[in-house]
Design a protein around this ligand. Sequence first.
Ligand SMILES: *Cc1c(COP(=O)(O)O)cnc(C)c1O
Length: 354
Amino acid sequence: MTDPLIVADRGWIRDAIGQLRREANRSADTHLLRLDLPQFPGIPFYFKDEAAHPTGSLKHRLARSLFLYALCNGRLRERQTVVDASSGSTAISEAWFARMLGLPFIAVMPASTAPRKIADVQALGGRCDLVDDPPDVHARAAWHASNGACHLDQFGLAERATDWRGNNNIAESILRQMAMEPMPEPTWIVCGAGTGGTSATIGRYLRYQGLATRLCVAEPTGGAFAQGWRTRDVAAVATRATVIEGIGRPRVEPGFLFDVVEDVVEVDDERSIACAWWLERWLGRRYGGSSGTNLAACLHLASRMKMRGEHGSIVSLLCDRGERYAQTLFDPAWLRARELAPESLQETLPPVPC
Ligand SMILES: *Cc1c(COP(=O)(O)O)cnc(C)c1O
């Protein structure tokens, strides 16, 4: 006899997946913005504006994939509470999708997370469970799961939840948008590593497509990805804390695939912030600190290419909306309290093109 519970569950799963599919179909692709700097002739930059997603960051893609992965693995049921550990961006996107599917959501986050992100999760009907010690978020999320919640587990599953072969993943989208550019096969793609999902997807896709494009991870100085990547040491830990949210993890995450990354450029926080400010002057809109880290790494790679007389395109990402950091990276008092003076680095950056 067929268990009526299972039949009901499959119907709900089918409807939930239908909701996710329709959301994806209603959404437009994010823009790829081109930047030409006179000091780098023959080296055009491109930035994919991932802040343009409905939930304001590249985590919109990940959250959609994680819900789909949980549903297709039979781990997520009707009315089940959903939980994840997140520094904020993922929680905002997951809260949005949970609301869409009619599921309660709990975000486990460090108490130090930008207040605006906490407010955003709450505004979407999510509950924030704040922990004082950031590394405790994982144990706390596991505790909720042991009490019956579905753990979306961004850090454990980011690397496998996304279909790296295509299916409009971020790498496929970038290369499609590059197709008509004068140098359609980028010399470098630059991204950060938080869960490692973005770098894993891009690195795999570049190989799958047989491209020569190299992948560079832009990392806050002393972050665990940089430490681990050099020696392929998964036990590596960060040697320095960072104020850049979303990247610069304290430990090597399960989704960090060192072997698909050709270079890691470490960027000091002050420089990342100066570059985030630079982006605001260029685009008239604010982006978060990790977008600044990406820009800093792009400029570093471009300088190296210029020195060697190389030409080629460099592609990177604008990861999230800068409004989220109004009370932190864009607040002079907050910066002064941390002895960060990004304005002192203005001179070391190229003039903003008008
Ligand atoms: C998550 C995140 C990243 C890094 O992306 P991953 O795919 O998780 O490695 C970069 N910037 C921001 C703002 C993020 O939230």
